[in-house]
Design a protein around this ligand. Structure first.
Ligand SMILES: [Zn+2]
Length: 622
């Protein structure tokens, strides 16, 4: 790779709003984004003002998006990204209609919307509605919720799905502030990744309420997020709280009780939390991810509610994104490792601060195992941190590699320079690039100028380029180790060699130890009698802990253990988290025994999954 050395180009437009004089033309993003049609060097969206109504019977959003545009005087076209939107009308700040044209749909990128600009245009309003199958939106029937009485809607913008519900320039390098008025039927409540102005909303007549929001920081559009449902709220601390359906409020609040402490621990490493509130929305089970770091309001899967706070590292991860990802964002999806690698490292430091070095070490070892498995399965080119996504869906890059290989790089740098130097650099990195989107090249420059500072011996020892541009894990990577997991490995060996399950020393095991134990057994050649012994003695199919249940079901599928099939089917049908679905369907599809099971369960469960999950599983179950 050619090392890209770029001047520190600030991409953000701070403090712009929907009103007043037009913002100055900002610097264009430093590299083109191959996943956006936008031409921001000519005309660039700086603010989005939404006025949308949720139509649950028709499963669509309709209304307007008013875009503030920074432009050159010569710009004649504003180019937006859209996908499946029905554009009804486009007009300027004086209500003058503007000519527009939708280009033909492209498979991944959707349709460019070209809007003709006259010289005086500062704001553009697009009147539109979404399609019923908008990729970002999932409309749930009451039966798909916990309460069973009200419908539900949520959005998932990452990576390039925001264009399916908002006509804007959908590139992480084109940061935008936003505000929104969202009208919903009573008694539903709308929440967004933004400041809620007037909690409770205001009456909009005809059995509807309007909720208003404002996000004053410029963010990448994939972080604009909306949820509508029968939501209740519980305060957890001075700046933290949880939203969820009433039936889950008690368990969610007790699981998230350490949230305020987590922020304090994160601030000690990353510097002040800059977003005001930090709330968590615990979604219905179909949510395709563990969590999504929407600013001020993390969206989280209910599968983290284990009852014993053993799975809260996921929230440490989403919280860490308040610095890595949201404050400093990847400029393009080829730089995704900058979001996830820093965050996975940061998550581990939060866990260490809160729960001790042993727990952090266990999580690091598990992560490294996940990376090793991903590296075996993926094409070599996709195990580079700087992945080439030309002509591909950026979703293809969302593997364990950006997360765990990225985190391994940061652990390695930390160990090479020591925390005394590493921590101030990391805090400085967040400050120097706050509210901007940067490329891998800009990251490398920052690291060289601010941390390595001409220490050529250190630079040679770290040997950064193979990390970024070569497949696999460089031999210089630090190797995490955990005595607690080593103990588990010896118990797994003992069981594999014929010891009875009842003799295993499992009483004090943590979730992470269970996960590791079961991962060891997945590749062991256990006899049917051993499987029955495990099943009846440990009763793992009844575990309320989603990670332990998932790990057990993988063992069961690997050994074609029929008695676990009801649990397999229940798990695949009752939640839609891709991290769980993908390996289980893949495992089933590997054998003639599992294929009909996968096909039957998927045909029934598919309508309950978000498009992010079904899009992936469609390629596995054929
Ligand atoms: Zn993440």
């Amino acid at each position: 790779m050619t090392r890209v050395l770029l001047a520190a180009v600030l991409l953000a437009v701070s403090g712009c709003s929907g009103a007043g004089s037009p913002p100055p033309m900002p610097e264009p993003p430093s590299v083109p984004d191959i996943h956006s049609h936008a031409r921001p060097a000519e005309a660039r969206v700086t603010h989005v003002s939404l006025n949308l109504e949720a139509d649950f019977p028709k499963r669509l959003l309709r209304g307007t998006a008013t875009l503030t545009v920074a432009r050159t005087p010569q710009a004649r076209t504003l180019v937006l990204d859209t996908q499946g939107l029905r554009i009804e009308r486009v007009f300027d700040q004086d209500q003058h209609p503007l000519p527009f044209a939708l280009r033909p749909a492209e498979p991944v990128l959707g349709q460019a919307l070209d809007i003709t600009l006259s010289e005086a245009v500062e704001r553009v309003t697009v009147q539109y509605q979404t399609s019923q199958d908008a990729a970002a939106l999932q409309w749930l029937t009451p039966a798909q919720t916990s309460g069973k009485s009200q419908p539900y809607l949520y959005s998932q913008g990452q990576a390039i799905l925001t264009r399916s519900w908002i006509p804007t320039q959908d590139s992480p390098g084109i940061r935008q502030t936003y505000d929104a008025r969202i009208t919903v039927p009573t008694p539903l409540k709308a929440v967004m990744a933004a400041e809620m102005l007037a909690p409770g909303g205001r009456d909009a007549g005809q059995g509807r309420r309007t909720f208003e929001f404002r996000m004053e920081h410029a963010i990448p559009p994939y972080l604009i997020a909306l949820a509508v449902g029968d939501l209740s709220f519980r305060e957890l601390g001075p700046r933290t709280g949880v939203y969820t359906e009433p039936a889950m409020l008690e368990s969610a609040a007790s699981e998230l009780v350490d949230l305020e402490k987590m922020i304090t621990a994160a601030e000690a490493l990353g510097g002040p939390y800059r977003w005001g509130r930090y709330d968590v929305l615990v979604l219905p089970p179909s949510f395709p991810f563990g969590g999504m770091e929407n600013p001020r309001l993390t969206f989280a899967t209910p599968t983290i509610l284990a009852g014993d706070r053993s799975l809260v590292s996921l929230l440490a991860h989403e919280l860490a994104h308040s610095w890595s990802g949201n404050l400093v964002s990847n400029a393009t999806w080829g730089d995704f490792w900058l979001n996830e690698g820093v965050t996975t490292y940061f998550e581990n430091r939060i866990m260490e601060a809160l729960y001790g070095a042993d727990r952090a070490a266990m999580l690091a070892v598990l992560g490294r195992g996940e990376l090793a498995r991903a590296m075996q399965d993926l094409p070599a080119a996709d195990t580079r941190l700087q992945i080439d996504l030309k002509g591909r869906d950026p979703d293809d890059g969302m593997t364990a590699v950006p997360y765990e290989k990225g985190a391994a790089l940061f652990h390695t740098i930390e160990q090479a320079v020591g925390r005394d130097r590493f921590d101030p650099w990391l805090r400085g990195y967040f400050n120097r690039h706050a509210f901007t989107s940067i490329t891998t090249g800009q990251f490398v420059t920052d690291l060289q100028q601010q941390l390595l500072r001409g220490d050529t011996a250190l630079e040679a020892r770290l040997d950064l380029q193979p990390w970024l541009t070569q497949p696999g894990l460089p031999p210089t990577a630090v190797v995490p180790s955990s005595p607690a997991l080593a103990e588990v490995e010896s118990e797994a060996r003992r069981f594999g060699a014929g010891a009875a399950a009842g003799t295993l020393q499992t009483a004090a095991w943590s979730t992470q130890q269970w996960q590791h134990f079961l991962e060891q057994l997945r590749t062991a050649r256990l006899a049917p009698a051993q499987m029955r012994d495990l099943d009846t003695t440990l009763a793992l199919a009844a575990s309320g802990n989603s990670e332990i249940l998932f790990a057990w079901l993988r063992v069961a599928i690997a050994r074609q253990y029929d008695p676990a099939l009801p649990a397999v089917e229940r798990f695949l049908s009752s939640q839609g988290r891709r991290k769980f679905l993908k390996p289980l369907y893949e495992d089933l599809m590997q054998t003639p025994w599992g294929q009909p099971i996968a096909r039957r369960v998927y045909s029934q469960a598919r309508p309950s999954y978000h498009s992010v999950s079904s899009g992936t599983i469609d390629t596995i179950v054929e």
